[in-house]
Ligand binder design. Structure first.
Ligand code: ZN
Length: 422
């Protein structure tokens, strides 16, 4: 079915322009001013902004095994409502996604769900136990787009060294959750003044930074690439900036909560502010903002981490880590990065679409002729307040409930089709 998007402000690689977009057979056939060809369906995007669909390279869909928190269908639908046309889900499910059969299962479930496209990430080690490499080659052939033990670090440096060597041979991307568990040592918040005031056990920034440094060095030694997940500290940004300057093949992501919030949030003991790595301090937020602006940080990922209310709503020490993120990511990024003048819309678009798509090898993440018609349309005018009952995720554990943001997704189009209307 053909689709014509008229009168929108279209976000291109380097600028934004008033253009129409014609879609045929799921592909962008034409981008030009005033297209007058007939189409089966027309969206009048006057006053709206048309972006490449967002690509989330780091989320948790919880299926198989933890469907009370989220499943592939509910997660992919929530993603769609957030403007995401593709999401890559982490393998810390039950069982762990560490073999080809499970990779195929997640891919099939994503296809059946028919919301945002779902791309599985396989585990680095069997059962994410950090000891023995999983079937990385077989999982890649089955459709795994990257490999990570996210949720757990690969503690043993030699296991990570072997994983990088193996991945290098088959051009697979390793995504590292950097956390030295001996240093984080059961902490629940950033180690700092607010941890002391709240009487909560702190996690030193060093827990993250020593593994960032280790994995950069290991990747450089192998001569291969590595991707650092959810960067949260000033020093991590600096380590990655220096590594890039000397030519290391390191990339990284941060998440909306690391540029939008600080550990002041924990003073109210809100369990949705318990996130791993933890919310840091203002100096870290400023460093993340500089890293986003100068290209040190390659991508914005959600780390969408749904947890059911009965798990989250308990004492801070006992609550699980994580916030949901699909349906607030763009609004947070627009409000905190674009409205403040830190990034332009094309820069933000690259961080949320083109760069993660390239890192994961899944399409272009750009609006251009010949590309898949994966498109998000947003209204950048109204401000609105984030409300739990408006979220489509099965779990409502959003740090951002009650926040006032700008940047409302009005349509999401996947392969030329609006898979749901709202
Ligand atoms: Zn992680």
């Amino acid at each position: 079915m053909d689709l014509l998007i008229k009168n929108g402000t279209v976000v291109l690689a380097d600028d934004t322009r008033r253009l129409d977009i014609l879609v045929k057979d799921g592909v962008i056939a034409k981008i030009a001013p005033n297209i007058n060809e007939a189409a089966a369906k027309v969206i009048d995007a006057a006053g709206l902004t048309v972006l490449p669909g967002f690509v989330d390279m780091h989320c948790h869909l919880r299926e198989p095994g933890q469907e009370s928190k989220e499943d592939i269908t509910s997660g992919a639908r929530a993603a769609l409502h957030g403007g995401f046309t593709a999401v890559c889900c982490m393998p810390n499910t039950t069982p762990v996604l560490d073999c080809a059969a499970l990779v195929r299962y997640v891919k099939d479930r994503g296809r059946e769900s028919n919301y945002a496209k779902v791309y599985p990430i396989g585990a680095i080690t069997k059962g994410q136990k950090g000891a023995e490499l999983a079937e990385i080659g077989k999982m890649k052939m089955a459709g795994a787009v990257a490999f990570s033990d996210d949720g757990c670090p690969v503690d043993n440096g030699n296991v990570m060294f072997l994983a990088l060597k193996y991945a290098s041979g088959i051009d697979a991307l390793i995504i590292s959750h950097c956390e030295d568990k001996n240093i984080s040592d059961g902490g629940v918040v950033n180690d700092g003044l607010n941890a002391t005031i709240a009487g909560l056990k702190g996690i030193s920034r060093a827990a993250e930074e020593v593994q960032v440094a280790r994995d950069i060095i290991l990747a450089e030694t192998v001569g291969t690439r590595v991707h650092i997940a959810h960067v949260s500290t000033q020093n991590s940004v600096e380590l990655i900036r220096q590594a890039k300057q000397r030519g290391a093949q390191v990339s990284c992501e941060t998440c909306p909560h690391y540029f939008s919030a600080t550990d002041k949030e924990v003073l109210s003991y809100n369990p949705n502010a318990k996130i791993n790595p933890p919310l840091r301090e203002d100096a870290d937020v400023q460093a993340i903002l500089r890293g986003l602006a100068d290209g040190t940080i390659d991508a914005i990922a959600t780390d969408h981490a749904p947890h059911s209310a009965n798990e989250k709503n308990r004492e801070f020490d006992l609550a699980p880590f994580g916030t949901v993120g699909f349906e607030t990511a763009f609004a947070l990024a627009y409000t905190k990065l674009v409205q403040t003048g830190i990034l332009t819309l094309p820069q933000l678009s690259r961080l949320m679409s083109a760069n993660p798509a390239k890192l994961m090898g899944i399409g272009t993440g750009e609006l251009k002729e010949g590309a898949a018609a994966d498109i998000a349309i947003a209204d950048l005018n109204p401000t609105y307040t984030v409300a739990a009952d408006r979220l489509h995720s099965k779990s409502k554990n959003s740090l951002f409930i009650g926040w006032t943001l700008t940047g409302l997704i009005t349509h999401t189009i996947v392969d030329g089709v609006e898979r749901e209307r709202w």
